[in-house]
Design a protein around this ligand. Structure first.
Ligand code: PCA
Length: 198
């Protein structure tokens, strides 16, 4: 199984992004012999991230796409169900671009559903006693943007594709009450990859 795994660089008030760390760790220590990982940390920039992601999909034709991002106010792993065709954030991206009320792809559907097996992922994480829920809103910033762009790109290719928001890591933000240990976040991603490869 060829799996495209993406994370993000730090942004806004977050001086570290655990998803960058997770992607780099897994790239250096592939999760299981049956999985070929294509790992990439994306910039928190609408144009640049979108172009990199499209290029990766077309260069590698992965069997599955799992994108990760940080949601620092959440206390659980959020398996995102819906990607909205909308950029709408109060925070500019890391290139200084502010998007508010902007459709991502004007001619495309208003939303796409995740095509990852969310129920199976949820059960697998629950079995490992990792806090998890299915979320119906990935926001309208870079994470939703990348989720939507990837889903749109693979709609005709039939590649399963989805997005998971992670809480902050305790090690990076000790004062954040919602944060989880990096080890737990890493185990969560490993379990997701294992479940997707089964
Ligand atoms: N989280 C942000 C963008 C990058 C990231 O890791 C988001 O939730 O949109």
């Amino acid at each position: 199984m060829k799996l495209l795994l993406t994370g993000f660089e730090p942004f806004g008030q977050n001086s570290a992004n655990p998803t960058q760390h997770l992607v780099e760790t897994l790239a250096a220590r592939p999760p299981s012999p049956g999985v070929k990982l294509i790992a990439r940390v994306l910039p928190v920039e609408y144009v640049n991230a979108e172009q990199q992601l499209q290029a990766l999909i077309h260069a590698h034709r992965p069997d599955v796409i799992l994108s990760l991002g940080l949601a620092e106010s959440r206390a659980k792993i959020s398996l995102e169900r819906v990607a909205l065709n909308l950029d709408d954030a109060s925070l500019p991206d890391n290139a200084g671009e502010l998007r508010q009320g902007t459709p991502i792809c004007p001619e495309a559907p208003a939303a796409y559903f995740s095509t990852l097996p969310l129920d199976s992922l949820k059960i697998a994480l629950e079995n490992a006693e990792i806090p998890v829920h299915i979320s119906n809103h990935a926001g309208a910033y870079l994470c939703n943007h990348i989720f939507y762009v990837a889903r749109h790109e693979v709609e005709s290719l039939g590649i399963p594709c989805g997005f998971v928001h992670m809480p902050q890591a305790k090690e990076f933000a000790p004062a954040n009450e919602n944060a989880l240990p990096l080890d737990t976040l890493l185990r969560a991603v490993e379990i997701c990859i294992q479940t997707l490869s089964d």
